[in-house]
Design a protein around this ligand. Structure first.
Ligand code: FAD
Ligand code: DHB
Length: 393
């Protein structure tokens, strides 16, 4: 068998790409190393930018999202024991964000793709990207760990295999440049069975470190606290987590956080990373395979979708008119948006976290920046337009 586009990875990038290509009459096959249950059960992002929700609705994939998602027109910033509301809708001409878990997006996209007769091979191993410099690239893989090596010839390969996948490494080291920051802190994230404590997300800068209150449903809440990225989750009893959350999230108003049984917890490290270029021959990398943002700006998933929207349009133009202009412009178009999201995510991260490596002077600057932000309409508007998502043409 052969296909037009071989897609490595069934994360948001790979799944959105398969749908977008299908809408243009372009065939693809997705090769995913994990099982369907695993990709549908992995807890990750939660915030969708305004245009991503519009795109899902346009693609006919928005029914459950519109029923079960939570629409947020503002966020609260909390520092110095005070709360400050930022009305993002009012500042952006009516835009908002939607809180809808990444694994729910994955479930919706997988189900719709399989219903349309799309091919997603789960549980493949030894994926190897070959001949990307030639007109006839191919992907080698096994359908099961002890099955034979199989070959998928194609016109293009889309490397949507996340930060640790093999696609980026297939670009010769001499042809790529990687830019990176590793932060000296991480996030401890929990899911708790509890009712919402607050109608909006709360981002808190506290002497003890950053904290974030988010939601998943009327019964389940998502919360994060800044911690040492090398810390062992076993050191964090539920009592210790709640006690930190109370201290970091409380303000002077008498507001309290509602607790509930914790049923999922884990620690993630934080980095900023960009690989340039995002193309080599007939291989195009997209999403976390090409770039990582620290999660504070809630940009990672959204950026993955932006990349594949650009890629799908370029491929559609290629197949319908033979023009390679879109494909040749892929890196420049994507990187212009990526570097803005990198800047925003870095800015939110440095402004809101306590960095043990920073001087007291630098910490004071972050507080001054927050204080300026919440008293300046221009500064709030700049934050809001980035947070809801910069326009996608
Ligand atoms: P991935 O989701 O990583 O998908 C890659 C896929 O490729 C995986 O399914 C993987 O199994 C597969 N794969 C890997 N190697 C191979 C191989 N060799 N062969 C075949 N398949 C392979 N982003 C936001 O926008 N908003 C948020 O609020 C947010 N919060 C986050 C919170 C946490 C705790 C974390 C960890 C991330 C968060 N992110 C957030 C980031 C977001 O989850 C990622 O940016 C997003 O998943 C990127 O999608 P992707 O498709 O590029 O990569
Ligand atoms: C969530 C994750 C984020 O990174 C963020 O900035 C806001 C919310 C979440 O998982 O709900």
């Amino acid at each position: 068998v052969r296909t037009q586009v071989a897609i490595v990875g069934a994360g948001p990038a790979g799944l959105f790409l398969a749908h977008l290509l299908h809408r243009q009459g372009i065939e693809s096959v997705i090769l995913e190393q994990r099982s369907r249950a695993e990709i549908e059960g992995t807890i990750r992002a939660g915030v969708l930018e305004h245009w991503v929700v519009d795109l899902m609705n346009d693609m006919g994939l928005g029914d459950r999202l519109m029923r079960e998602g939570h629409f947020h027109s503002g966020i609260t910033l909390r520092f110095g024991r005070r709360s400050h509301h930022i009305d993002m809708s009012e500042l952006t001409g009516g835009k908002r964000v939607t809180v809808y878990a990444q694994h729910e997006v994955i479930r919706d996209l997988v189900a719709a793709r399989l219903e349309d007769g799309g091919r997603i091979l789960f549980g493949v191993s030894d994926v190897d990207v070959r001949d990307i410099d030639c007109a006839a690239p191919r992907v080698l893989f096994r359908q099961s760990p002890d099955g034979p090596m199989e070959e998928l010839p194609c016109d293009f390969i889309a490397g949507c295999d996340g930060f640790h996948g093999p696609s980026r490494q297939a670009i010769p080291a001499a042809c790529r440049r990687e830019y990176q920051i590793t932060y000296p802190f991480g996030w401890l994230g929990i899911l708790a069975e509890a009712p919402p404590s607050h109608p909006e997300l709360i981002y808190a800068n506290h002497e003890r470190g950053f904290a974030l209150l988010s939601t998943r449903s009327p019964e389940v809440q998502r919360l994060y606290i800044q911690c040492d990225p090398r810390d062992d989750i076993a050191n964090w009893s539920d009592d210790r987590i709640w006690s930190e959350l109370h201290r970091r999230l409380e303000d002077g108003s008498g507001w309290t956080l509602t607790e509930g049984p914790v049923f999922q917890k884990g620690i993630i490290g934080m980095r900023s990373f960009v690989c340039e270029p995002m193309r080599h021959g007939r291989l195009f990398i997209a999403g976390d395979a090409a770039h990582i943002v620290p999660p504070t700006g809630a940009k990672g998933l959204n950026l993955a979708v932006a990349d594949v929207l650009v890629l799908s349009r370029a491929m559609a133009a290629y197949y319908s008119t033979g023009s390679s202009d879109g494909l040749d412009g892929y890196c420049a178009t994507c990187l212009a948006r990526i570097w803005k999201a990198e800047r925003f995510s870095w800015h939110m991260t440095t402004m809101l976290h306590r960095n043990p490596g920073e001087s007291a002077f630098e910490q004071r600057l972050h507080l001054a920046e927050l204080d300026h932000l919440v008293h300046s309409r221009a500064a709030m508007a700049a934050l809001a337009e980035n947070y809801v998502g910069l326009p996608m043409e």
